[in-house]
Design a protein around this ligand. Structure first.
Ligand code: ADP
Ligand code: MG
Length: 310
């Protein structure tokens, strides 16, 4: 019997094998990420390193990086669903290190938020909301769209961003627009939380006893982009107004965290609503303070249109 080393040599010396190897090498070296990696490490990577790493480099070309080729997490084409490779140099070989891909990071974050905040409350149709389906035809909608566009562009440039206080009649599509923003942000891998405020306030009141209050408040306080849906529809007590809403807004102001609101009230009407607590006491100064914070965080704009609820 021939020694194994010798028989391998025979195989690798065969012309068809050599041809396949060189076309594989060509394919691998055509990959722009690989090109960039090689030129960034040009002092350490020579022909020998590339040849010994061909297997790994080929594996890299077959994976979707940054979720570019995967429409969703469920349709992830990678070897390890939800993970994408990064090229790393280890001594004299190039290896792959698999990390969570952006879609998985956002999806895990959303799952965590959902399990923590029941009042996250996103109706199915809102979850599916897409900008392409929204008609920004009349004057007020053009303005809303302009503000959203500005916001999204600033998100790309990582500048400080002002949210929107979207007010208007019941059923004109305010919550739906927030859903579309949340979806658009998710595409950009920016986590956001859409919180139905009346439910959230109820939940917080019920959490005082079970000590999850701080944890819930923290998640909402710190999320990258927060949307408080239907402010003004809750029954406000001085505790929820000052200790919850006031503290929440103060934190987001000092940390420069983008915050959106929707309401059936304009700011003037909301101020009036916030002036009266459940006990009917009038507390104008405290209400004015909340409104000031909201104005700092968000640009008010009225959404007009027909009631879309049947
Ligand atoms: P609001 O929050 O202003 O009270 P919603 O956003 O809840 O109104 O919208 C009312 C209903 O109309 C919802 O069922 C929503 O799914 C639907 N809707 C709103 N805007 C659109 C839209 N652009 N395209 C399709 N359906 C919409
Ligand atoms: Mg709504």
């Amino acid at each position: 019997m021939e020694p194994i080393g010798k028989s391998m040599k025979n195989v690798t010396n065969r012309p068809d094998f050599k041809k396949r190897l060189s076309s594989l090498k060509e394919e691998v070296l055509a990959n722009p990420d690989i090109q960039a990696f090689i030129s960034a490490n040009s002092s350490k990577i020579d022909e020998a390193v590339i040849e010994i790493s061909l297997n790994k480099l080929y594996e890299y070309t077959q994976q979707s990086i940054e979720c570019r080729d995967c429409p969703s997490l469920g349709e992830c084409k990678n070897l390890l669903q939800g993970y994408h490779p990064e090229l790393v140099l280890q001594g004299k070989t190039i290896d792959l290190q698999y990390d969570q891909c952006p879609t998985k990071v956002v999806s895990d974050q959303r799952k965590k938020h959902e399990s923590l905040i029941k009042s996250l409350y996103i109706p199915k149709d809102v979850l599916a909301a897409q900008f392409q389906d929204i008609e920004f035809d009349d004057h007020s909608r053009v303005k809303v769209f302009g503000l959203i566009k500005e916001f999204m562009e600033a998100a790309d440039q990582k500048k400080r961003q002002k949210g929107i206080y979207l007010h208007g009649a019941f059923g004109v599509g305010k919550t739906y627009i927030m859903g579309a923003i949340a979806n658009e942000l998710a595409h950009k891998n920016i986590p956001s939380m859409l919180v139905y405020l009346p439910e959230f306030m109820r939940e917080l009141k019920n959490s005082i006893q079970d000590s999850t209050l701080d944890e819930k408040m923290d998640a909402v306080k710190k999320v990258k982009v927060l949307m408080l849906d239907d402010i003004g529809a809750e029954s406000m007590s001085s505790w929820t107004r000052d200790e919850i809403l006031g503290v929440l807004l103060q934190y987001r102001m000092t940390e420069n965290l983008p915050t959106f609101f929707t309401s059936n009230f304009d700011l003037k009407e909301l101020e009036h609503h916030l002036s009266y607590t459940q006990r009917g006491e009038e507390e104008k100064v405290k209400a004015a303070r909340i409104i000031e914070r909201m104005k700092y965080l968000a640009t008010p704009v009225k959404l007009e249109g027909a009631n879309r609820r049947q």
